[in-house]
Design a protein around this ligand. Structure first.
Ligand code: CUA
Length: 317
């Protein structure tokens, strides 16, 4: 690291500035009121000091206007923080529809990335500038957390669940990525770099590396190998629901509940199929727990997403 000491990391994503402004605001409010309280304590200590030994101060029995004032002002300020923070929270948690999908598998003690075109990387990730990137993440062992300070993004990476992050880089360069959840002996070494490149450079970089089977291709192969297609067919009399266009759609369950078929639902339906049964179907699907590893689960999900370009999804945006 030759960056030297910096009070703030680079602002290298579309989110960075907004997150920082909210932080500065909260900081300014905190500093202002701390200073005010300190100064008033000093001022009142001098102003109301006891001037003679027999001096008895007049008792005070409260003041409704004062009570109202110091309730309303903090309420207003915290409401501003709440509204502002919620706005950013939603933005951070909603990847744009045109985001490029990168699969991430964490394990003790490394980060494994796979590009939609098949290229793999470990502890390094090359991404194009000005393109929203969505990371779909899972862990092979314990809880990790992916943290890129320059992008102001961080999210836990969990075993047995998918979590996501998204960012759009705004500045070419090399940015630190960290594991931000203590995960064992080499937690502190579980980090790496994100390289942000111009789009053409990124294409060159892609062309320079050997591309593996893409996640979609591998998912499709697994889908056939594991026999998923024998039950999950498009015809209405099939034993399993059709999975075409299922991703991102509302699914009606046997219980009457309606849920959105996101990454976690698909993942759960593969390893724990009896938990959420689609309405109109029997709980006959066997579990694939232990038969597919975390990366293969992500591949299957990538495949289901690829056949899931439901036409209505775009319209809803
Ligand atoms: Cu992985 Cu800390």
């Amino acid at each position: 690291m030759d960056e030297g000491f910096k009070l703030f990391p680079d602002q290298a994503s579309t989110m960075a500035r907004e997150v920082d402004w909210l932080f500065y605001f909260a900081l300014a409010v905190g500093v202002f009121f701390s200073a005010l309280i300190f100064l008033l304590v000093l001022y009142f200590a001098v102003k109301y000091r006891r001037r003679s030994d027999d001096e008895q101060p007049k008792p005070i029995f409260g003041d409704v206007r004062l009570e109202a004032l110091w309730t309303v002002i903090p309420l207003g300020l915290t409401m501003v923080m709440f509204g502002w923070g919620t706005g950013i929270f939603f933005k951070v948690n909603r990847p744009p529809a045109n985001a490029m999908e990168i699969n991430v598998v964490a394990k003790q003690w490394m980060w494994k990335f796979q590009h939609p075109t098949g290229q793999r990387e470990i502890n390094e990730l090359h991404v194009p500038l000005g393109q929203p990137i969505k990371l779909t993440m899972t862990s092979e062992d314990v809880i990790h957390s992916l943290y890129v300070p320059a992008f102001r993004i961080k999210n836990d990476v969990l075993p047995s669940r998918c979590t996501t992050l998204w960012f759009e880089a705004t500045k070419p360069g090399k940015y630190h990525l960290f594991c931000a959840e203590y995960c064992g002996t080499k937690h502190s070494q579980m980090g790496g770099w994100i390289y942000v490149m111009e789009a053409t450079q990124y294409q060159q970089w892609l062309a320079g590396g050997a591309a593996d089977e893409t996640p979609v291709e591998k998912g499709q192969r697994l889908f056939t190998q594991l026999g998923c297609a024998t039950c999950h067919q498009a015809n209405p009399t099939a034993r399993g629901p059709s999975l075409h266009g299922v991703f991102g759609q509302q699914v009606k369950l046997k219980t009457g509940q309606t849920i959105v078929a996101d990454e976690n639902y698909l993942r759960e339906s593969i390893v724990n199929p009896s938990v959420k049964i689609t309405a109109g179907y029997e709980p006959i699907m066997p579990t694939f727990k232990g038969l597919v590893n975390e990366e293969q689960l992500l591949d299957l999900i990538s495949y289901l997403k690829s056949i899931g370009a439901a036409p209505s999804k775009e319209d809803k945006k």
